[in-house]
Design a protein around this ligand. Structure first.
Ligand code: HEM
Length: 438
């Protein structure tokens, strides 16, 4: 078989879910399990714990008893779990000792820098290369461009909401969260709107575990991502000839990026597709779920729609759409009383930092009127802090402003289906109904 860009990269991970132990079904069972184990046996990197949404007690125990926790995993090798907010910030701001480099394994738990060619992308680079590539795409999310995007997003949000069925059950993920974020992402790339769902699909496939429900085999990953790469390669050539105000044009014409090899361009495309899509989509879904699980907060929002921006930030904390980011130690480092060895994987569990009571009051509660709602760590910290954070907030604010104009309540009618992932914390489906007006 001839090597293609996609086959050179391969799926982010190729384990089988059956290799992981079954996870508890309820929080009570998880608490009993988390506290009955020897602490050294706690392995938080089991996608089934995230799928069943029972990861909380394991992190709670680690934060309290072993905040810098080593585990020798048969699946991932040795990895360190950093679980306290302040320690996460310390790692995230220390890129000299804790590298993001793709060749060392990159920014997720899975990579080891050996078993496949890691896709280069600026989130998985250290300075100075990171800085110049980030600067190249930053204008797309700068305040001036967000002003241009705002009315467009509002019109689309309104149209999506006005087309929803009333009085019958439907899937919020498919009809609302995916639609709005796919439309925005297509605009950022000047990608044909009629094919926007391809972006959603590629985003899902890019981070999928074969056998985890999205794709069945590593070969399927190569095939589907191959289509993505070919499509974007064609767009690069088109925009190189005729630039527009879009991400592909910015990369094709940026003085620091116009000569980047195709493999690196594709890596950055994946970064922007996943970054700009899954995270915001899952927060839109999470907001409906969180407000339903906390009816007092939903009532408060109805009384005070001015709380929407604060509710949005609280949902981003509560959801923590990316559960972790990973770094690799470039030298031996003394950290939290432990010796992290050169080459070890260091996992910053944002999902745990966001539940750290030493930084966030009543962290287990969903409270839409917190004094400092943006204090969460869901966007990371330091030089890699999410470049798209204001665009994410803008989309969430607009959809909620438009929802509140139309529907006093969106009822969740069943359990959400969550994804199998220790990285993307998200939903495949969320059944809802908009009640008929009385
Ligand atoms: C980086 C989260 C939305 C594009 C990151 C990081 C996190 C994150 C945790 C890495 C931070 C670190 O390593 O310190 C989120 C969340 C979002 C969101 C929770 C939504 C609620 C977006 C959107 C875009 C985007 C809408 C696209 C426009 C990026 C990019 C990076 C990044 C390009 C890499 C930045 C760098 O390496 O300098 N994001 N993100 N994100 N995000 Fe987001």
């Amino acid at each position: 078989m001839t090597e293609t860009l996609a086959s050179k990269a391969g799926p982010p991970v190729s384990y089988n879910l059956s290799q992981f132990p079954e996870a508890p079904r309820t929080i009570e069972e998880a608490r009993a399990d988390a506290y009955s184990k020897r602490i050294e046996d706690i392995d938080v990197a089991n996608p089934k714990l995230f799928h069943n949404d029972v990861i909380g007690p394991y992190f709670e125990r680690l934060r309290n008893e072993d905040p810098v926790h080593r585990f020798d995993s048969p699946m991932y090798g040795t990895y360190w779990s950093i679980t306290r907010y302040s320690d996460i910030m310390a790692v995230d701001t220390n890129h000299k000792q804790f590298s993001s480099e793709a060749s060392l394994g990159g920014i997720t738990l899975f990579g080891n820098g050996q078993d496949r060619a890691p896709l280069p992308m600026f989130i998985a680079m250290d300075p100075p290369k990171h800085d110049v590539q980030r600067k190249t795409v930053q204008p797309i999310v700068a305040p001036g461009n967000l002003k241009i995007l705002e009315p467009l997003i509002r019109t689309r949000a309104a149209a999506i909401l006005d087309s929803l069925p009333i009085g019958v059950e439907f899937d919020w993920v498919d009809k609302v969260s995916m639609e709005l974020t796919a439309m925005t992402l297509a605009t950022l790339f000047e990608f044909p709107q009629e094919h926007r769902r391809k972006l959603t699909r590629w985003s899902d496939v890019a981070t999928a575990v074969p056998g985890g429900g999205v794709i069945d085999t590593p070969e399927q990953w190569v095939e589907e991502m191959g289509e993505c790469f070919t499509t974007f390669q064609a767009l690069w050539h088109e925009r190189a000839r005729e630039p527009g105000n879009d991400l592909v044009s910015m990369l094709a014409h940026g003085p620091e990026t116009r000569n980047m090899p195709p493999f690196e361009f594709q890596g950055n495309v994946i970064l922007l597709i996943v970054g700009g899509n899954d995270t915001t989509r899952n927060t839109i879904t999470g907001s409906v779920l969180a407000l339903n699980q906390n009816p007092d907060q939903y009532a408060k929002l109805r009384e005070r729609p001015d709380l929407i921006p604060s509710m949005v930030s609280e949902t981003i904390r509560w959801q923590t759409p990316l559960a972790h980011m990973r770094r690799t130690a470039v030298e031996d480092v003394e950290f939290g009383g432990k010796t992290i060895r050169k080459g070890d994987k260091v996992i910053m569990w944002y999902i745990s930092g966001n539940r750290d009571a030493s930084m966030i009051e009543h962290p287990e509660s969903y409270l839409i009127d917190r004094a400092r709602p943006r204090q969460h760590i869901s966007f990371g910290y330091g030089i890699h802090r999410c470049v798209g954070n204001r665009l994410a907030e803008l989309q969430l604010q607009i959809i909620w402003e438009e929802i509140m104009k139309r529907f006093p309540v969106i009822e969740v009618t069943g359990e959400p289906e969550r994804v199998y992932s220790t990285f993307v914390r998200g939903y495949r489906t969320l059944p809802v109904r908009i009640p008929k007006k009385h």
